[in-house]
Write a protein that binds this ligand. Structure first.
Ligand code: NAD
Ligand code: TYD
Length: 340
């Protein structure tokens, strides 16, 4: 019997990297291909434990390179696609939107064309709750799958555009798709430009932590392993054409997040430095996950258990993030914050 072929794009990044490891270990009967361009956000060292496995393969390619992608699909004839590859950082999209359109929009359309051409059985597009825009601070309002898309940043606008293309390929060509829209992820191998790993790594180095504005913006935090189990479920059980929101009920202000990390590491709140607010900074994100829960999703972490696990992971895996905080990332950090 032919083994199933699963293509994961962006499998050298944060969430895709965790997902590749989750799937390689859970499904020895699948051949799992990680396709990644290895931009500043992608690294292969995180896959040291799985790279020798028989069911893991790596392909370096740009999802927007039509020739490379169509040739690869024609050669490998993948059954399943889970699409993570993207430019993912809001601050970078404010500074330089063009690459976000190229990767997130043109890249997604290229993958959709290739998938249509070879006839895949499921295409899961990993999107974000940021496509819904922002909520006010009323704790009883949530994003549902029916909330209109009102993206505010160049990043979320590029993701919303890719969501519309995925929907259109289903409506027009019957491509078997799902879209998932998750809240802010955190956990092992999170690139240290995002709030939680930035705070952990800077507090451990006794460096100031930049908090935008008054620190009262709210995010709904999702542990990356709970996200992986959600995507696995949608890939195998999701109803074709449907959107599923992932996350829920772990809302914290940014200041609460930063303070909880500082306190756990036994350091002083004096490390907090309030800096100029992000342009167009969305006030609050909050997910209603009931549709996914009806499909059978049960998250395993609360914010409190998840952040403890994550802080421990960063303490035990300095080898990973210390090598990342160098080169291009250092230059970016200096430009973004002008902190000493
Ligand atoms: P990430 O930035 O850590 O990783 C992105 C990966 O994509 C990297 O390995 C990078 O090398 C690769 N990549 C970038 N451009 C590419 C290209 N042109 N061709 C091939 N590979 C390319 O991102 P992440 O945080 O793991 O996010 C993964 C997905 O989840 C993204 O689509 C993002 O929009 C979505 N998402 C992330 C979050 C979050 O909290 N991190 C929340 C909601 C949605
Ligand atoms: P981030 O991790 O960039 O994710 P997103 O913008 O996709 O939500 O930021 C999470 C929150 O933390 C967001 O409200 C912006 C804020 N933030 C800071 O206050 N300081 C920082 O240095 C960063 C990177 C983010």
């Amino acid at each position: 019997m032919n083994r199933k072929k699963l293509l994961v794009t962006g499998g050298s990044g944060f969430i895709g990297g965790n997902f590749v490891q989750y799937m390689v270990n859970k499904y020895p009967e699948y051949d799992i291909y990680n396709l990644d361009l290895l931009t500043y956000a992608g690294d292969l060292t995180k896959h040291r434990d799985i790279e020798m496995k028989d069911n893991y393969f790596f392909v370096k390619a740009d999802i927007a390179d039509r020739h490379a992608i169509i040739s690869l699909f024609e050669k490998e004839r993948f059954d399943l696609i889970v699409h993570f590859a993207a430019e993912s950082h809001v601050d970078r999209s404010i500074a330089d939107p063009g690459i976000f359109v190229q990767t997130n929009v043109v890249g997604t359309q290229t993958l959709l064309d290739a998938s249509k051409q070879v006839g895949i059985t499921k295409f899961v597009h990993v999107s974000t709750d940021e496509v819904y825009g922002e909520l006010d601070f009323n704790p009883n309002t949530f994003f549902t799958e029916n909330t209109p898309l009102q993206p505010n940043s160049p990043y979320s606008a590029s993701k919303a555009s890719s969501d519309f293309l995925v929907r259109a390929y289903h409506e027009t060509y019957n491509l078997p798709v799902n879209i998932t829209r998750c809240s802010n992820n955190y956990g092992p191998f999170h690139f240290p430009e995002k709030l939680i790993p930035l705070t952990i790594s800077r507090v451990l180095n006794e460096e100031k932590v930049p908090v935008y504005g008054d620190g009262k913006n709210i995010r709904d935090w999702l542990h990356v392993i709970d996200h992986c189990s959600a995507i696995d479920l949608v890939l195998h059980e999701g109803e074709v054409g449907e959107v599923y929101n992932v996350g829920g009920h772990n809302e914290k202000t940014n200041l609460e997040v930063v303070k909880s990390i500082i306190n756990t590491l036994g350091k002083s709140d004096n490390l907090i430095e309030f800096v100029e607010d992000r342009l167009g900074h969305d006030k609050r994100y909050a997910i209603d996950p009931s549709k996914l829960e009806k499909l059978g999703w049960i998250p395993t972490y609360t914010f409190e258990t998840g952040i403890a696990q994550t802080i421990n992971w960063y303490l035990e895996n300095k080898w990973w993030w210390e090598q990342i905080i160098s080169g291009e990332y250092v230059n970016y950090f200096e430009k973004q914050y002008s902190l000493k």
